[in-house]
Design a protein around this ligand. Structure first.
Ligand SMILES: Cc1cc2nc3c(=O)[nH]c(=O)nc-3n(C[C@H](O)[C@H](O)[C@H](O)COP(=O)(O)O)c2cc1C
Length: 411
């Protein structure tokens, strides 16, 4: 059996092991800038032993942010991102940047346009209560502009020292909204058949792949299922995976869920409604969450490797490297991922709980993660100072200190 701690070559990139810290929004980019806390977060993950760490959600354009405090790629960001990638490299890991566009899933009050855009004219579920009730259908020119923005952002990511980029095709963000029959009602060549719904994502992938040197890996995060009735289903994602392989994607990160429709399909485990209400800044959203949250936000029981049964179908369909994600926590889970034929495994919450976990697994001093999973980190990422595990008091104390230090150093 393949050892998860054996090196792996992804395109031209040598990884010291097969474990990736998956993108988990850090909440450490106030004003869309790289904070010291963000650099420290990824430095700790690199020192803690992962093969590659992924900086979460960087929008390819200002209007691609779900919230104003997300990174969006621009030349001015490059020097600070370079400091981040240097810190990761010093810790012996590779750095990947997740690039995305939120489309109609938008609660950004800083939009250049009057309304967010997506595949079709639709209710903007995340922004409705703060006045951004509708999203418009994108024109072909806008589709082309966003495609070019992905290419430009990928080039800047390389300039900033990232070893890889991950294109976000899942979780109900723009490219996933196009892929999904539940959100794409277009009647032109970008809607209807799967081939048409996949056209935008495939063109982004093809253009980004062509714009980067072949040795720089391009990963894509794809939904196995959207997780709501009428959404993308496995038979379609299998076909999309085949097309992505043909377009030269270097690895697929297999996920699922649609944040605006069924957020906890993505995570599994407890539904931290009380914490989500507590950190919510808008009173209207607080009230809506309190009144409708229990009925609308479904909970799913957590199981180790919860996407494995679906991911096996993609494994049968393609030969490209695949990344198993979703409930990978223990040392045994890593072995299972390898035994099932996945070249790589990705972890989110277990590494929020303990950024040093992989080093402990490698040294044999631990075999289990202490992550519950209570999912309070999902609420915590919206608190000032960013994501932390609320079950680890030292992390709460460090966050409070970093907030105080950041405030004191502001001019
Ligand atoms: C706090 C938090 C923030 C997340 N933010 C992102 C994100 O920005 N982009 C993304 O693709 N997935 C995001 N996710 C989902 C994770 O990448 C991953 O799919 C999910 O946590 C399941 O993996 P796990 O069981 O190893 O935690 C986030 C998850 C958590 C817990």
């Amino acid at each position: 059996m393949t050892d998860p701690f054996s090196p792996f070559r992804l395109a031209g990139l040598s990884l010291r092991n097969r474990i990736i810290k998956t993108a988990t929004f850090e909440g450490m980019s106030p004003g869309g800038c790289v904070s010291e806390a963000l650099i420290e977060h990824h430095r700790a993950l690199a020192k803690g032993g992962v093969g590659m760490t992924t900086v979460a959600y960087c929008a390819v354009a200002p209007d691609g942010r779900t919230f104003a405090d997300q990174l969006h790629m621009r030349p001015e960001l490059v020097p600070d991102l370079r400091a981040l990638t240097a810190a990761v490299h010093a810790g012996g890991a590779a750095a990947s940047l997740q690039l995305g566009h939120c489309g109609a899933f938008c609660n950004n009050h800083d939009l250049a346009r009057r309304r967010p855009v997506g595949p079709s004219r639709a209710l903007n579920l995340v922004g409705a209560l703060s006045g951004r009730v509708l999203a418009d259908a994108m024109t072909e020119t806008e589709i082309e502009d966003v495609t070019s923005a992905f290419v430009a952002a990928a080039r800047l990511a390389r300039e900033a020292g990232f070893d890889a980029v991950e294109l976000h095709l899942g979780h109900g963000y723009l490219l996933s909204q196009f892929l999904s029959p539940g959100t794409n009602a277009r009647r032109d060549r970008f809607g209807g058949s799967l081939e048409n719904r996949a056209r935008f994502a495939l063109s982004v992938v093809e253009r980004v792949r062509a714009a980067l040197p072949p040795q720089t890996p391009v990963l894509a995060k794809l939904n196995l299922r959207d997780g709501f009735r009428g959404g993308l289903e496995l038979d379609e994602s299998v076909q999309v995976a085949r097309w992505l392989e043909a377009r030269g994607v270097d690895a697929l990160v297999l996920s699922g869920g649609f944040v605006s429709r069924n957020p906890f399909y993505l995570f599994r485990g407890e539904r931290p409604l009380r914490q989500m209400i507590a950190v919510e800044k808008s009173w209207a959203q607080k009230l809506a969450l309190a009144l409708f949250g229990p009925a609308l936000i479904h909970a799913y029981p957590f199981e180790p490797l919860y996407f494995l049964p679906l991911a096996r179908e993609i494994r049968r369909a393609v030969r490209m490297p695949l990344v198993l994600l979703g409930g990978v926590k223990s040392r045994d889970d890593l072995d299972t991922a390898m035994r099932e034929g996945f070249e790589l495994a990705a972890m989110g919450r277990a590494l929020i709980h303990d950024p040093g976990l992989i080093g402990k697994y490698a040294a044999g001093s631990a075999r289990e993660s202490g992550c519950v999973p209570c999912n309070q980190c999902v609420a915590e990422m919206d608190r000032e100072g960013g994501v932390c595990c609320s079950k680890v008091p030292s992390q709460i104390a460090e966050r409070a200190l970093s907030v105080r230090t950041a405030k004191a150093s502001r001019p």
